[in-house]
Design a protein around this ligand. Structure first.
Ligand code: 7TS
Length: 407
């Protein structure tokens, strides 16, 4: 396997060449959102300049062109996730909307009073709150798979929590707060042995590791385009066709119907049943270009380079006195969360920013993770394939600057 030519790749990303406050930007907040390559920016601009029309309704040239581009993107995403069928790819606003869609359709139809929904202790709020809302509505109970002090899920506890009452499992593939890569394939097999479907939150895995929804055998998989070099406001829900087919629609409106009378509406087939209204056309087109871009670099190569960066960054941080790493599982991806004895994470984030280094500080929309580790917040470095060891050197220098100010 040849290695990534990171210096060449960086030329594709205009934002990586910005200066902030007179310093070259070092962008290490990729878990929040990734930067975009010129090809994606161009695709979005081209759509508005040369291809703009609504999809699935016009017989005129532009509408057919826009529809063709929109549907080609669906195929590209299908290939990227290795989904068996194109109609199993639903365009959403993002991972959050995908999870809400499943909770409100599959969940409402299958979870009843006394049932249980099982999620992990390291979920993002978007894979907690929709299930909590569903459980409250239905009189069901939300159960939580615990984790150890390294931030690894306790798989044997998961097995014990699976009972005939468990109607749904929601699992993050990679934790945004800890970086832990969860053994989803194994856990999905265990859930299936219990007759329970599994939704995998791939918001933090799809940008970093090869995804094969057939291999892991998940029932649902969600991800966000903006974390994968694509536009904001576009994401993907993969669902196994028989499950999606049996689910009621999420929203009603145009495009999701075959026929409407005041007495009765016949819903459209997959995937349109779940795409009510005018979709985010340029977002889907841009996402298609983004997944092509990632696939051309090669997700295996991306994962290998990011692993090398993660190891390098972990070593740098571990050598700084007073740094506590949060999330020390052996199998992690792209995320380095930490606290420092001398400063609050928000102050760390500010001083990093003063040094041109963009990281995130806060609870990362994973407050239960913060509670589990007894911290109010963490500072978080999160990587992408276009990052370099020099970026991590700059982060380490910024951490030393924090110590100078606060120690
Ligand atoms: N799931 C995980 C694991 C995430 O990390 C995020 C966003 C989401 C779901 C929601 O994605 P959205 O695109 O629908 O908003 N995580 C982060 C983060 O770590 N920092 O900012 C957003």
């Amino acid at each position: 396997m040849t290695e990534l030519d990171v210096e060449r790749i960086r030329k594709d990303f205009p934002a990586l060449h910005l200066t902030v406050g007179g310093k070259s930007l070092v962008y290490l907040d990729n878990a929040a959102t990734s930067q975009k390559p010129q090809a994606v920016i161009d695709a979005v601009t081209r759509y508005y300049a040369e291809q703009n029309a609504n999809v699935h309704r016009g017989v005129h040239y532009l509408s057919e062109l826009a529809t063709d581009l929109y549907e080609k993107s669906r195929k590209k995403v299908q290939k990227f996730l290795n989904a068996p069928l194109t109609c199993e790819i639903i365009f959403t606003r993002g991972a959050t909307e995908g999870i809400n869609l499943v909770a409100q359709t599959y969940g409402r139809a299958h979870v009843g009073a006394g049932d249980e929904v099982l999620i992990s202790a390291m979920e993002h709020h978007s894979n907690i709150v929709p299930w909590q809302m569903l459980c409250e509505e239905k009189g069901a109970t939300l159960r939580v798979i615990p984790m150890n002090d390294a931030g690894e899920l306790l798989v044997e506890e998961f097995e014990k929590l699976l009972t005939p009452r468990t109607k749904m499992v929601g699992l993050s593939h990679v934790s945004n707060a800890l970086g832990t890569v969860n053994p989803v394939k194994k856990m999905i097999a265990m859930a299936h042995a219990n007759g329970t479907p599994v939704l995998v939150d791939g918001a933090q895995s799809a940008p970093h590791v090869p995804i094969d929804v057939q291999d892991i055998d998940c029932d649902f998989f969600v991800c966000s385009g903006h974390k994968m070099c694509g536009p904001t406001g576009i994401g993907v829900l993969f669902g196994k066709a028989p499950r999606l087919d049996a689910m009621p629609p999420y929203q009603g409106g145009g495009d999701m119907i075959l026929s409407v009378t005041f007495e009765k509406t016949i819903f459209n087939s997959l995937p349109y049943k779940f795409e009510a209204g005018t979709p985010h056309i340029e977002g889907a087109i841009g996402l298609g270009v983004a997944v092509d871009y990632l696939a051309e670099l090669g997700m295996e190569r991306i994962a290998k380079w990011e692993d090398e960066l993660l190891e390098y960054g972990t070593r740098l941080l571990s050598n700084i006195d007073g740094v506590r790493r949060i999330g020390t599982a052996p199998h992690r991806a792209a995320v380095l969360s930490f606290t420092m004895d001398c400063a609050h994470p928000h102050d760390i984030g500010q001083i990093f920013s003063d040094n041109g280094v963009a990281i995130r500080a806060g609870h990362h929309c994973a407050q239960p993770v913060m509670q589990r580790f007894g911290v109010p917040a963490t500072a978080r470095i999160s990587l992408a394939f276009y990052n370099t060891k020099a970026d991590l050197d700059a982060a380490a220098a910024a951490a030393e600057a924090v110590k100078k100010v606060f120690d």
